[in-house]
Design a protein around this ligand. Structure first.
Ligand code: 9JF
Length: 235
């Protein structure tokens, strides 16, 4: 039968605490974020939801989340695949900026339009600037984006979903995806058929494993999946 899909959004990073647009900047988890990851693993262990394979982005906040959660679930030994297509959305020239800087530089009207938009990306990041990652060796084999809107994240995520994750599910495996707010939004949009306008407002709680049981056509048996700790997911 079809395997089980478990989504795990990484918790607080050292930049979240400062409300900075992080995107592809590779910042670590904060102590709080590490604790969230361990808690997620404990929930999987307590529930008996034990991943057979894990997929992560190329960013340490997702990789550490997977490592800490799997260690807590005694599943640290399972095979892993990592791909840029699971990365957080690229925030272009906004990477490294906070709310005030964004408002000062682009104004309230543009800020609110971006915030509500599905297909309007921020300005491209300047190659070679402080928070540009294009020279990073992990992206040597791909043409990396200079900015992304949510529609771009969906478009670059789905090829990985189809080619790398779906085969694991069809093989009956329990698959853990340790990723980011916007890359997981892209997947939830695809699985649950969420509209372009609704997906912008859909926030997946951090650190709480979200379980999807899928039928043979990869349709969720419960729309939106089931959180392993529904109470904690309400915050
Ligand atoms: O300005 C944006 C924005 C701009 C361009 C593309 C996408 C977004 C976007 O998705 C977004 C924004 C602000 C906030 N909230 S915030 O204004 O509190 C904020 C500002 C700066 C950094 C992080 C913050 O949390 C969000 O929650 C968002 O999801």
């Amino acid at each position: 039968a079809m395997g089980t899909l478990v989504l795990l959004r990484h918790g607080q990073s050292v930049w979240n605490a400062e409300n900075l647009f992080t995107g592809w900047v590779d910042v670590p988890l904060s102590e709080t974020g590490e604790q969230e990851a361990r808690r997620g693993g404990e929930l999987m262990r307590e529930t008996g939801l034990l991943p057979d394979v894990v997929h992560t982005s190329l960013l340490r906040r997702a990789i550490s989340t997977a490592n800490l959660a799997l260690d807590a679930a005694d599943r640290h030994w399972i095979p892993v695949r990592r791909d840029w297509r699971l990365n957080e959305r690229h925030y272009g020239a906004l990477q490294g900026k906070d709310k005030k800087q964004t408002l000062d530089e682009f104004g309230e009207e543009q800020f609110m339009r971006w915030r509500r938009s599905y297909d309007e990306p921020p300005p491209a990041i300047e190659r070679g600037s402080e928070f540009d990652q294009s020279g990073d060796p992990r992206y040597a084999f791909d043409e990396v984006p200079a900015t992304e809107c949510l529609a771009d994240v969906v478009a670059r995520f789905l090829p990985y979903w189809e080619s790398a994750v779906v085969p694991d599910l069809r093989a009956g495996k329990t698959v853990l995806l340790a990723a980011h707010g916007n890359s997981l939004r892209a997947l939830v949009k695809h699985l649950d058929g969420v509209s372009d306008s609704d997906i912008v407002g859909l926030n997946i709680p951090t650190g709480i494993p979200l379980r999807y049981e899928l039928d043979d056509e990869l349709r969720p048996t419960v729309a939106g999946g089931t959180y392993l700790d529904p109470e904690a997911a309400k915050t």
